[in-house]
Write a protein that binds this ligand. Structure first.
Ligand code: TPP
Ligand code: SF4
Ligand code: MG
Length: 259
């Protein structure tokens, strides 16, 4: 097992950053695996809400996955719904409460494998919500099985030799699909594998929320996050593995944005 020496200056600094807790997080303790990308991605959401002074107007609608754990320790209003259905539930919430900042949070298994039509239809209707996808390419919570976004060559519990197009088909790029839908005002994909990428992804989340509040239409941010447990890679190799696999396949950036 690799151990991290926190007596050196850079490691001490990294440790202090990791210990820093945004106000909306009620605890710095969670049960997700070491090296999991979800807590970092979730922190970007909380920080963005605070910076835009939306934290008391925010309503989060979440699916089911490892990320759900972060809701339990976060001080924002939230609902949990059936797998894949968050965009439909968010539609009702936003229409009843148009002044609210409505966000959905789904994993790739939840959104792309189990409810792809829901997000596409919400985008087509131009619902003024912000849909977030935490994509780690596996059904993390239930043991790391292949999802519709697992990339070619990726090992999962159900593709132990790596995903093969011939046998398992090709991954679905949901962000790319959404760019073709008129009601989608903003579509972006970020990641949380390096400090620079984290900062860039936070700007995407902020922009999506700003556009939602300006009434621009459906907004979407996909965040590629690490799941070293489901990927069968050592904890510290997660960020590099993400870059070489998912990022290589899907790419990063704003895919669709208003002028
Ligand atoms: C209809 C339905 N099918 C399956 C499940 C079991 N289930 C709960 S969490 C989960 C995995 C979700 O994976 P993903 O959305 O990718 O999130 P991750 O855990 O990877 O963050 C599954 C399959 C369920 N709760 N409901
Ligand atoms: S299984 Fe993967 S997604 Fe779930 S907590 Fe562990 S690293 Fe995170
Ligand atoms: Mg997943």
């Amino acid at each position: 097992m690799t151990t991290v020496d926190i007596t050196t200056a850079p490691e001490r600094a990294a440790h202090r950053v990791a210990e820093f807790k945004p106000n909306l997080l009620q605890s710095s303790e969670h049960d997700l695996c070491p090296g999991c990308g979800h807590p970092v991605a979730w922190r970007l959401v909380l920080d963005s809400l605070v910076e835009l002074e939306l934290e008391r107007r925010a309503i989060l609608i979440a699916g089911h996955g490892c990320y759900t754990q972060m809701m339990r320790i976060s001080d924002i209003d939230s609902l949990q719904c059936l797998h894949g259905r968050a965009p439909a539930v968010a539609t009702g919430v936003k229409r009843m409460k148009p002044a609210a900042a409505v966000l959905t949070l789904q994993g790739d298994g939840d959104m792309v494998s189990e409810g792809l039509h829901e997000v596409l239809h919400a985008a087509a209707r131009g619902e003024k919500v912000t849909a977030l996808l935490f994509n780690n390419g596996v059904f993390g919570d239930t043991g790391g099985h292949m999802t519709a976004t697992t990339v070619i060559g990726q090992r999962t519990k159900t593709s132990l030799e790596g995903r093969e197009a011939e046998e398992h088909g090709y991954p679905i790029d949901v962000a790319k699909l959404l760019t073709q839908i008129e009601g989608a005002a903003y579509v972006a994909r970020g990641a949380v594998n390096t400090p620079g990428m984290i900062a860039r992804t936070k700007r995407m989340i902020r922009r999506a929320l700003e556009l939602q509040m300006a009434g621009a239409g459906f907004t979407f941010v996909e965040v590629l996050t690490m799941c070293p447990t489901g990927w069968f890679v050592p904890t510290l190799d997660g960020p590099e593995y993400l870059e070489d696999s998912m990022m290589e396949t899907f790419g990063i950036g704003e895919l669709k944005a208003p002028d």
